[in-house]
Design a protein around this ligand. Structure first.
Ligand SMILES: [Mg+2]
Length: 383
């Protein structure tokens, strides 16, 4: 079936976090994500989410840069073009470099529209096989060790199968040791978000000491553009290194694996520019027997549903960052809400597309800016 987009609407939506979240670089208490509604000439629609952060601390893109790239480049390239498959839609913006978060948002909308109008579950169209995905939580840095113990206890009690802790220099070993002592068997990992450097001897000795803690992995200890130093570090550590910020394309993944810079890869749909590239990284890792898991950006329900779908592929053998919506937000913008039951989330095989429906009323209630782009003209309005 061919599609030709008649209009694309952007909604800049703000949701407050239930609890502020701190990483090695910054703290946030709410998120602004861009929700994307694409409609084709027949009236069929699909939703996507651009999960860019408002700030350039995780990567160089921001909400505002994504809005600009979507409005001025990606959407005008796509509007009015006829396509049969989301990969064909994505080819209309192949001249645009980088800006993967913006691309991912629009590509997810195309996948949703494509599978929804074909009556197919997105997970099925992507080649998924799992009926449920194992869910994990990612916990921010707490001001005290007692604070993190309280957080871990809460989510272990709820049945989450993997605990990820954000760490940074000075807020690392004492926190991890305390958790490991209390829960000797829990699947535990740490995410440094590039906070360490091999030039600093204290950092190096901290990273070496992680080997005593039986961690599943240490995620992105070094700089986002440094797969060479990661290879040097991995050669010294027994703990597997997982790369996140370093992997933007399947080519990055291949180079990192060739250099032995990591033994695990975090697949993030946004960072990779969409579901198709995420699947390519999955396929490469599967051929090389490298385990993968799905990372998150505290997505609202639309982006979270895309994460659930990609996580149903067979190579996602490790629990990812995908928790129920209620872990981050009091009220999500999709129906039904995405829920975890004893650490697992059901893949919505019986429902077409993303399997969760965007609730326009709740989106509009939380919308701070809205833009309609049509094949012929565009209008902007402030909510
Ligand atoms: Mg990470």
């Amino acid at each position: 079936m061919s599609h030709q987009l008649r209009s694309v609407e952007l909604y800049l939506v703000r949701l407050p976090l239930i609890r502020p979240f701190t990483t090695s670089s910054h703290t946030k208490d709410h998120l602004d994500h861009i929700l994307i509604r694409a409609q084709d000439a027949t009236g069929a629609e699909g939703w996507g989410e651009c999960a860019s952060a408002a700030d350039p601390y995780y990567c160089s893109e921001t909400t505002e840069s994504s809005w600009h790239i979507l409005r001025d480049f990606l959407i005008p390239h796509l509007l009015g073009v006829t396509w049969d498959h989301p990969d064909e839609a994505a080819r209309t913006w192949q001249a645009v470099r980088g800006n993967n978060f913006a691309k991912a948002g629009l590509e997810i909308a195309c996948w949703d529209l494509y599978t929804r109008s074909g009556g197919e579950a997105l997970a099925h169209a992507l080649g998924g096989t799992r009926k449920e995905i194992h869910s994990g939580v990612s916990l921010g840095i707490e001001p005290t060790v007692e604070g993190i113990l309280e957080q871990v206890a809460r989510f272990v009690d709820q049945g989450y199968r993997r605990i990820k802790m954000k760490i940074g220099p000075g807020r690392d070993l004492a926190y991890l040791r305390a958790v490991r002592e209390r829960w000797p068997d829990v699947l535990l990992m740490a995410d440094a978000n590039s906070a360490y450097s091999l030039d600093n001897p204290d950092h190096l000795s901290t990273l070496r000491a992680l080997d005593d803690l039986n961690l599943m992995m240490i995620e992105q200890p070094l700089a986002d553009d440094d797969i060479i130093d990661h290879a040097r570090l991995q050669a010294e550590l027994a703990t597997p290194i997982c790369l996140d910020e370093s992997i933007h394309t399947v080519h990055d993944a291949r180079k990192a694996l060739d250099l032995q810079s990591c033994r695990i890869i975090n697949i993030k749909v946004s960072r990779l520019g969409g579901l198709s590239e995420a699947r390519r990284v999955h396929d490469l890792c599967q051929r090389r027997d490298v385990p993968v898991w799905c990372g998150g950006m505290h997505e609202f329900g639309v982006g979270r549903a895309a994460n659930v779908a990609i996580s149903s592929l067979p190579g996602f053998t490790l629990p990812g960052d995908i928790s129920g919506s209620d872990r981050a937000y009091r009220e999500d913008i999709v129906d039904p809400p995405i829920r975890a039951h004893r650490g697992a989330i059901d893949v919505p095989w019986e429902r077409p597309g993303l399997g969760f429906d965007a609730n326009l009323e709740r989106i509009q209630a939380r919308c701070v800016r809205q833009l309609l782009l049509e094949a012929e003209r565009s209008t902007v309005s402030a909510a």
